[in-house]
Design a protein around this ligand. Structure first.
Ligand code: AMP
Length: 220
């Protein structure tokens, strides 16, 4: 049996065409079913639905053989787990799906460049603490990082933070909250991750899936 870990929503939806290229069709709609394990048209392939942040954990510990996860989630996971995650997680493909960017945003009118120039200490709210820490450390900017689990855009509006680090796609969420993007930290897309031991044990089947995914990735 091959188990693929996916999160509901954009990653699930955008992985379906890649699975189709491997001849795999998921037989139930995750938005309509309450099942967490979904069968496919292939008897030896199933999909498990997990929280986005749990995908690397499932694959690292062999709860799933493969998974699809955002680079943001993967970097935060690696920071939490260190070398042990790298040893267990093979990352063969950038799938170029669920694309967006990780950015710094501040309230409209806040002089971010001035604050950085003057060496002010910035309060930054984010779910992506490891990415933010590394980014500001490399810039030599002193920050107090405030970890949040949701609605980061609320933090500067309530005085909790001067800035946020969050994912931006269309920019509509920032605009609706009168925030402006002042720096792009990195481009984000989803990656295929594979459990190293599973790759050895189920080499032929997993390789077929990796190759089919690779052939179906949209060009630039
Ligand atoms: P947007 O308004 O299109 O810029 O989308 C921004 C909101 O959607 C933010 O709250 C992000 O956390 C979330 N978001 C955008 N793109 C992604 C993605 N690829 N993966 C996860 N969350 C995303």
């Amino acid at each position: 049996m091959i188990t693929l870990a996916l999160s509901k929503g954009r990653i699930f939806d955008e992985t379906m065409p890649l699975l189709a290229a491997a001849g795999i069709t998921v037989l139930e709609d995750p938005e309509k079913s309450r099942k967490l394990i979904l069968p496919t048209n292939q008897d030896d392939v199933r999909v498990v639905l997990v929280r986005a942040t749990d995908v690397p954990t499932y694959v690292q510990y062999g709860g799933a053989d493969l998974g699809v996860t955002g680079l943001d989630t993967l970097l935060e996971h690696s920071a939490d787990w260190g070398a042990s995650s790298g040893a267990a997680l093979y990352q063969p493909l950038d799938l170029r799906i669920a694309r967006c960017r990780m950015s710094v945003a501040v309230p409209d009118g806040f002089d971010y460049a001035g604050a950085v120039r003057q060496g002010s200490r910035l309060r930054v709210a984010t779910k992506y603490v490891a990415i933010a820490r590394e980014f500001f450390a490399n810039k030599g900017v002193h920050v107090d990082l405030i970890k949040l689990y949701g609605s980061m855009e609320l933090a500067p509006l309530t005085g909790l933070a001067d800035a946020i680090v969050d994912l931006v796609s269309t920019g509509n969420t920032l605009k609706a909250n009168r925030l402006v993007e002042v720096e792009r930290i990195m481009d984000i897309s989803s990656r295929l991750v594979v459990n190293q031991a599973a790759l050895k044990l189920k080499q032929a089947r997993i390789r077929t899936i990796i190759d089919a995914f690779a052939g179906a990735i949209r060009p630039e």
